[in-house]
Structure formats: structure tokens, C-alpha cells
Design a protein around this ligand. Structure first.
Ligand SMILES: *[C@@H]1O[C@H](CO)[C@@H](O)[C@H](O)[C@H]1NC(C)=O
Ligand SMILES: *[C@@H]1O[C@H](CO)[C@@H](O)[C@H](O)[C@H]1NC(C)=O
Ligand SMILES: *[C@@H]1O[C@H](CO)[C@@H](O)[C@H](O)[C@H]1NC(C)=O
Ligand SMILES: *[C@@H]1O[C@H](CO)[C@@H](O)[C@H](O)[C@H]1NC(C)=O
Ligand SMILES: *[C@@H]1O[C@H](CO)[C@@H](O)[C@H](O)[C@H]1NC(C)=O
Length: 349
């Protein structure tokens, strides 16, 4: 091989590494005061309800694999998991898992040998994982009756929500033991030690804090690692339901910004995505909230949400059989308050 072509190959190689690495290393910080275009674009489900590649049927969950900029959709009504590349937008999904009965939420983890897909499978009362290349999924952890959600932390602990047992379980791969991480087994209630039909979860990667959408209590609870009680970070701690800025109605899941602790809520029965800043007593609407419907600024049972590397918001719009993308249009820091008497600058957070 001539030196010239060798140099060219090295150059090409560097280019490939460059293009493969760029999306994985850049992930913008989302300002607690960011805004998104209130008109969405359909990125999955353009063909409406059905089982063709461009269609979905009542999807329950989405996950964005940031390293590859790929959207995974739990196409619940079609018993399959669909994948859409976000690099070149195409309305056609590829099926990566079939015959999974009532898949709810998805978590995609990076393992040394490729992506591992975890799915909470409601009709099988368990979480299953599919490692790259394997035709079948295998169960992880113990039983998860009416399993509604799954999450994985840095240490590969798997968290899963059982609606009928009113708690979140945590399975440790080191010990092969499943313990309760939030709520009490069969402890349905609205006290701070209880949950009522919990659904989506988000686990802070470094602290192990579990955030739970406490569905039938219309609130979002935060459970510190090994805590026996939770605290409310969105909605009323008393479990009261409503549609104003202070309230939520059947929240199905959350996304939490690890750095700012801002909580984004899929407020499903209010057909809106709410943002709650730390210690706030009310939230604001970042998508939907314009009444139930199928226009591009409306939602019909938003049940999951995610962000891509550029800070764009994706919403799993269940009863409209689609996933909408809301582009970030403003990402300025929050307005600084006048300096205090001590001269320090505080921020409206
Ligand atoms: C929002 O999106 C719509 C439709 O794509 C577009 O027409 C409009 O200009 C966008 N608005 C802003 C503020 O970017
Ligand atoms: C999926 O299920 C259908 C119906 O039970 C069956 O015909 C098909 O072979 C299954 N496909 C796979 C890949 O298991
Ligand atoms: C959690 O950390 C792992 C390992 O650093 C990373 O692969 C994963 O993407 C992180 N998850 C989230 C939601 O940030
Ligand atoms: C882990 O525990 C389950 C039951 O709780 C058991 O069926 C399985 O064999 C165990 N796995 C290992 C590797 O010990
Ligand atoms: C935990 O919750 C229970 C039930 O609401 C309550 O009685 C108890 O005082 C709480 N404990 C703490 C430490 O907050």
C-alpha cells in the first residue's frame, strides 16, 4: 500500500472517529428557563394508527439513546419495539424486538459489547433485557406485578415499578436480590411513606435518588437512596388532583435534569408537559396544555418524554399514536435578580 493511500486511510479513520464521537460528547445544558416551540413535529407515527413501519398503536414509552441519537419507541399496541434514527429524519421505524406482550417503558444501556435494551413488560409481570445479537430477552430481577416502568443506574442496578404492589423495586446484579426502593409493598396510600399506583421512574445516576410518578396521588415523589419516606417535588403532597399550575392529574412519568434538578412531568390527564423547578410550589407548561386534541400543538394522553443532545423535547403522545418533537427555541439563563445587600448575585431558578 502506498504511503499516500495509507495517509488517506488514516485521515478517513480520524474522520469516522470524529463523526461518531461528536454526537456522544456534546450534550447541551438545558436552562431552567428554556422554551420550546409549542408546535411539534411528528417524528414517529406519521402514518397514523396501524402496524406498518410508519405507524404506531398506542405507544407507552420512548427512550433516546444519546450516544447514537436514536429514538426507541415502545409500540405497545403492536407488541413490538421500534427504532428511529434522529440523524436523518425518516418516518419509517425498524423493528428491533417482536412478540413482547404489552411493553411499557424502555431503557437502553451501553455495555461494552453494544446496546442492551431493558423493557418493562406489563403482561409478563417482569422486566426483560435483550443483549445485542440475542434473539430472546431474559428476565432481570424478581416479579414486577403489572410492571409499568424500568430504569438502570451507573452500577447496573435495575429499578422497576409495580402498579399493583404500589412500589418501586431495585434489583442488584451483584447480589441478585430485589429490594424496595420507594413505597411499601402493598402499602397503597397517600402518606409520605406510600405510593398509589406508581408509574414512571427516573433515577439520578450518581446519587441513586429515585423520582416516581405517583399516578393516583397526582404528585411526583422523590426518594433518596435508602430513604423510608419520600418528599413531593411536583403536585400536592396531599394527593389532590387538579388542572391549575399547582396541580397535576394522573402524571405518568418524569424526566429530571441531574444538574439543575428541574423536573419535567408528563401530566397525562391534563394533556400537557409541566416543568417544576426545585422547591417551586407551581409548575409551568412547556408543551401541550391547549386542550385535548390531535393538532400539532395538542396532546392526547402524553405518557412519556425525553430530550436529545440538542435539548429538543420528545413526547410520547399515546392516544394520537405518535411521538412529537418540540424544538428548543430559547435556552438563555434565567434572569438574574438584583444583587443582594451582601453583594452576591442570586438567580431566579
Ligand atoms: C415553530 O414551528 C413552526 C412549525 O414548524 C414554525 O412555522 C415556526 O416558525 C416555529 N416557531 C419558532 C418561534 O421557531
Ligand atoms: C411471533 O408470534 C407469532 C404469533 O404467535 C408467531 O407466528 C411468530 O413466529 C413469532 N415471531 C417470533 C420472531 O417469535
Ligand atoms: C448514567 O451513567 C452511565 C455511565 O456513565 C451512562 O452510560 C448513562 O447514559 C447515564 N444515564 C443517564 C440517564 O444519564
Ligand atoms: C437470581 O435469583 C433468581 C430468583 O430470585 C433465580 O431464579 C436465579 O437463578 C438467580 N440467578 C443467579 C445467577 O443466581
Ligand atoms: C414517614 O411517613 C409516615 C406516614 O406518612 C409518617 O407517620 C412518618 O412520620 C414519616 N417519617 C418521617 C421520618 O417523615
Amino acid at each position: 500500500m502506498s504511503t499516500v493511500s495509507e495517509v488517506f486511510l488514516i485521515f478517513l479513520h480520524i474522520q469516522i472517529i470524529f463523526w461518531c464521537w461528536i454526537p456522544s460528547t456534546i450534550s447541551i445544558k438545558i436552562s431552567p428557563c428554556a422554551r420550546w416551540n409549542t408546535t411539534g413535529e411528528i417524528v414517529a407515527g406519521l402514518g397514523g394508527r396501524g402496524n406498518n413501519p410508519d405507524q404506531l398503536r398506542e405507544p407507552e414509552g420512548i427512550f433516546i439513546h444519546r450516544q447514537t441519537n436514536t429514538l426507541y419507541v415502545s409500540d405497545t399496541g403492536n407488541d413490538r419495539i421500534q427504532v428511529f434514527t434522529l440523524n436523518q429524519l425518516s418516518s419509517m421505524g425498524t423493528t428491533v424486538i417482536v412478540n413482547v406482550t404489552y411493553p411499557t417503558k424502555i431503557y437502553v444501556d451501553d455495555d461494552n459489547d453494544g446496546q442492551t435494551i431493558y423493557v418493562s413488560v406489563r403482561n409478563e409481570d417482569r422486566v426483560k433485557k435483550w443483549v445485542k445479537g440475542a434473539p430472546d430477552g431474559v428476565q432481570v430481577g424478581g416479579e414486577c406485578l403489572m410492571c409499568e416502568s424500568v430504569w438502570v443506574d451507573k452500577e447496573k442496578n435495575v429499578y422497576m415499578t409495580s402498579v399493583t404492589k404500589h412500589c418501586v423495586y431495585k434489583w442488584s446484579p451483584q447480589t441478585n436480590i430485589t429490594t424496595v426502593a420507594a413505597g411499601r409493598e402493598f402499602g397503597q396510600g397517600s402518606g409520605s411513606d406510600s405510593l398509589n399506583s406508581p408509574e414512571g421512574i427516573y433515577v439520578d445516576n450518581t446519587s441513586g435518588t429515585v423520582y416516581v410518578a405517583d399516578y393516583a396521588n397526582h404528585r411526583i415523589q422523590k426518594w433518596l437512596k435508602n430513604a423510608l419516606n419520600g418528599t413531593t417535588v411536583a403536585g400536592f403532597s396531599t394527593g389532590d388532583q387538579g388542572s391549575d399550575a399547582e396541580s397535576l392529574s394522573y402524571p405518568t412519568t418524569i424526566w429530571v435534569d441531574d444538574e439543575t434538578q428541574v423536573v419535567y412531568v408528563a401530566d397525562s390527564d391534563n394533556n400537557r408537559i409541566q416543568r417544576w423547578l426545585p422547591n417551586a410550589f407551581m409548575g409551568d407548561t412547556v408543551a401541550g396544555g391547549t386542550g385535548w386534541g390531535d393538532k400539532l400543538n395538542q396532546l392526547d394522553q402524553p405518557v412519556d418524554l425525553a430530550f436529545d443532545n440538542d435539548g429538543n423535547l420528545y413526547v410520547c403522545d399515546r392516544s394520537n399514536d405518535r411521538v412529537l418533537k418540540f424544538r428548543i427555541i430559547h435556552n438563555e439563563p434565567c434572569l438574574p435578580l438584583p444583587t443582594t445587600s451582601t453583594g452576591s448575585l442570586s438567580l431566579i431558578f
